[in-house]
Design a protein around this ligand. Structure first.
Ligand code: SAM
Length: 291
């Protein structure tokens, strides 16, 4: 089987299977071997690793991962790609292709059953569900070492920025709570077939063994963060007091902020992760006292 990752061989496979690209699945296949090299190198995959690939497409990256990793689990939603993958991956006995929606799979079970060891995620993600995939990987506590992914440039920027920037929000805080983000390379739209409307970035998220801040209840911390950014133009007090699910009132939020030396008109986008952790711990206390 000829290696993929270039325009000619990709077009040949597409023609052979009369494959039509599905926009709804975010299908833009990588056709640049130097970008592929950078992704594989930065993911630092070894024979000891199990790799989870989300959206293998026609198997471009999967072939390279199969050569480097002990085992590869590739989850592809589009059933029309399964026969293609059977051909392009026929030389490898360490790849399992699962035809499913990544968001509906019990990833913990799959990882446990097939690998039983920490996993490295490597993927050129479908952009329409980038954030839900990242949140699912972290929040469901899939045992991960690292996540090396191609995402839309703006999303990569949101993952790594700090307070006071317009890109800063719930995704930045979630990613930085769980992992250290590192930009690997920018990728122009011309490296894909078909060419998307946006540029991309490869970003590597290396999972922290211990979170950088102490949150008494992680789920509560993220509920506070989400409520803080739900209504971006409102003050933090309004955002949190209006979030019925938290069950805290204006006075409780104002008191918690005052105890932290913050004014009542402060906005969520100015708070650091440490401040969010402290605020959420204080509000949790208030919440527990009132129930
Ligand atoms: N890895 C290939 C490459 O680099 O050329 C394809 C990347 S393409 C951007 C995204 C892939 O994810 C497509 O193959 C698409 O069918 C698949 N996909 C989209 N939504 C998915 C989902 N919910 N679960 C699993 N795969 C999905």
């Amino acid at each position: 089987m000829a290696t993929l990752g270039n325009r000619r061989n990709t077009a040949e496979i597409i023609d052979k299977y009369h494959f039509s690209f599905q926009k709804k699945f975010g299908q833009n296949f990588l056709v640049d071997s130097s970008i592929l090299d950078k992704i594989i190198e930065s993911a630092q995959v070894t024979k000891k690793d199990c790799v989870l690939e989300i959206g293998p497409g026609i198997g471009t990256m999967t072939q390279r991962l199969a050569e480097e990793a002990g085992e590869v689990i590739a989850v592809e939603i589009d059933k029309n790609l399964i026969p293609v993958l059977q051909e392009t991956l026929s030389a490898y006995d360490n790849v399992t292709v699962i035809n499913a929606d990544i968001l509906k799979l019990d990833l913990n079970q799959i990882v446990e059953e097939r690998a039983g060891k920490p996993v490295k995620v490597v993927a050129n993600l479908p952009y329409y569900i980038t954030t839900p995939i990242i949140m699912a990987l972290f929040e469901r506590k899939v045992p991960l070492q690292s996540v090396t992914i191609m995402v839309q440039k703006e999303v990569a920027d949101r993952m790594r920025v700090g307070p006071g920037t317009k890109e800063y929000g719930a995704l930045s805080l979630a990613v930085q709570y769980y992992a250290k983000p590192e930009i690997i390379t920018r990728v122009p739209a011309s490296c894909f077939m078909p060419k998307p409307n946006v540029d991309s970035t490869v970003i590597k998220l290396t999972r922290y063994e211990n979170a950088p801040v102490k949150a008494e209840d992680e789920a509560w911390l993220f509920a506070v963060i989400r409520a803080s950014f739900n209504q971006r133009r409102k003050t933090l007090v309004n955002g949190l007091a209006n979030a019925g699910s938290l069950g805290v009132d204006r006075k409780q939020v104002e008191d918690a902020l005052a105890e932290m030396g913050l004014v009542a008109t402060v906005r969520g986008e100015t708070l650091t992760l440490e401040q969010f952790a402290e605020l959420s711990n204080r509000l949790l206390q208030e919440h527990r006292n009132t129930i």
